[in-house]
Every structure is written in C-alpha cells, then in structure tokens.
Design a protein around this ligand. Sequence first.
Ligand code: ATP
Ligand code: MG
Length: 262
Amino acid sequence: MLKIENVSVRYGRAVQALHDVSFDVADGEVVAVLGSNGAGKSTLLRAISATLALHRGTVTSGSVTLDGTRLDTLDPAAIVRRRLMQVPEGRQVFGRMTVEENLRVGGLAAEPKRRAAAKARVHELFPVLADRSAQPAGLLSGGEQQMLAIGRALMCDPVVLLLDEPSLGLAPQLIQRIGRIVTEINAGGTAVVLVEQNASMALQVSHRAVVLEVGRLALAGSSAELAASEDVQRLYLGGHADDAHETDAPARPRRILSAWKG
Ligand SMILES: Nc1ncnc2c1ncn2[C@@H]1O[C@H](COP(=O)(O)OP(=O)(O)OP(=O)(O)O)[C@@H](O)[C@H]1O
Ligand SMILES: [Mg+2]
C-alpha cells in the first residue's frame, strides 16, 4: 500500500543522501530500516512524510505513493490528513506544554468524534501519560518523552506510522518495552516503518527489513532471513551466523548496533 519507487534525495547541491531506493510496505505490516550513522534512514522517512523541505532536501527522482496517491507532491499537512504520521528522531515533545496538551495537538488532524477513542487507546498503551497528564512534558524522563511522542502521533489513528530510532539512548528494559509497543500498535492495524539502531529488537518485531548503506538499498528480505544472514550478523548483531554451532567457543554477546557504531 505504501510504495517507495526509485527515490533519490539531495540536500542542497552537494549531498546526495539517497540513490534509487525502492521498497514497499503492505497493509498492516512492520518494516524495519537498518543502517549505520549517515546511511540515509531519517532521510528516507522524511521523503515518505514529505518533510524534506524543512531540512533543505528534495526528492530529485522517483515517487512515494500511498494506496496509489502520490505523497511526494503533497504538503506535510495533507499527508497527516491521510493518517500517515512520523515520529522524528530525538523525542521531540513540546516541553512547556502539559502531557495532555501535547496529546491534544496530536489529535488536531483527527476527526473530532474519533479523538476520545484515540486518547483512551493512547492511555491504555501508555498509562504513565494518563497519570502525568497535567505535568509539563519537559519534566518527563527520556523514555516517557519517547512514549509521549509516539502517543501524540497515535492521536490521529494512523494507517502508517514512521518511527525514527525510538529506542535511542534508552535502557535495555525500555528498549524491549518499545519493541512490545510497536507490536501492540501494529496489532491495532497500523503499518509501521521502524528505523532502529537496535537491529536485534527491530528484527524481532518486524515482518520484513531493509538495510541502507551510504544511501543505497543494500539488503532486503524477511526479518527472519536477515537476522540469519551473515552480513547482518556481522555488521548489526555483532556475531557470525554460524556462532551458534561453535560449541566450545564462549557465547559471543549480541552487541546492539549502537555499540558497533562506536
Ligand atoms: N539537512 C541536511 N543537510 C545536508 N545534509 C544532510 C542533512 N540531513 C542529513 N544530511 C546528510 O545526508 C546523509 C544521510 O543522513 P541521515 O540523517 O538520513 O542518516 P541516518 O541514517 O538517519 O543517520 P543517523 O543514524 O545518524 O540518524 C548524511 O550524509 C548526512 O550528513
Ligand atoms: Mg537518523
């Protein structure tokens, strides 16, 4: 339903950040996007949500369509009305506004009659946002701010949710929690494009995955396939595909990508 076809992106004149990238996301699917720093993951999400212009970037060729409608020619507000929502990197919440106000902003694009149900669902997924509803968002912990940023995007009941490194900088337990939340959101029928530095978690919760390397699509396949592939093991999971068979060698810890990025 979401189709990215031969997309190339430039920032200014000098930086070509994506070269001829194609993949698609089926209805209700979770697709993970992996790749090292600067590979073009955030750029890809911006190309989908038509927010490149905010970063002085442009799609120089190719197209992005949702159910057959071109998105790359629409403005970001029109895309939100089509219920495609992006949670940008870096837990961007409105720090001086309360948790409740942040959620209300997220619901502005939703049909008024759907807002109450959306908020109930967000509170069910993230009880802490109900408990701390009247507090300024800036006082929440990093993990809670990430939950608020996701909750705010869910307020308009998205058909597609783009998540940019939701687990970045969070403790291991919270990373697993984010993974479960992605699964729960998806169980509600929302398709998710999950950009992650934690390849292990991302491959666990996604159906398919793509790997970007310096702006090009290097690998694509089912998440199980990629998790078993030697290249992905070596580069993103910190081991070798045949480690499991080396009975006399000590088990190699499965380092997460952030460690590999060093
Ligand atoms: N606003 C911008 N202006 C110029 N170049 C940019 C801009 N944003 C990103 N780039 C460049 O485009 C390339 C891809 O960047 P992008 O942020 O998409 O990578 P990323 O995979 O999201 O990296 P990270 O894991 O660090 O978030 C990089 O070379 C980066 O320096
Ligand atoms: Mg990024």
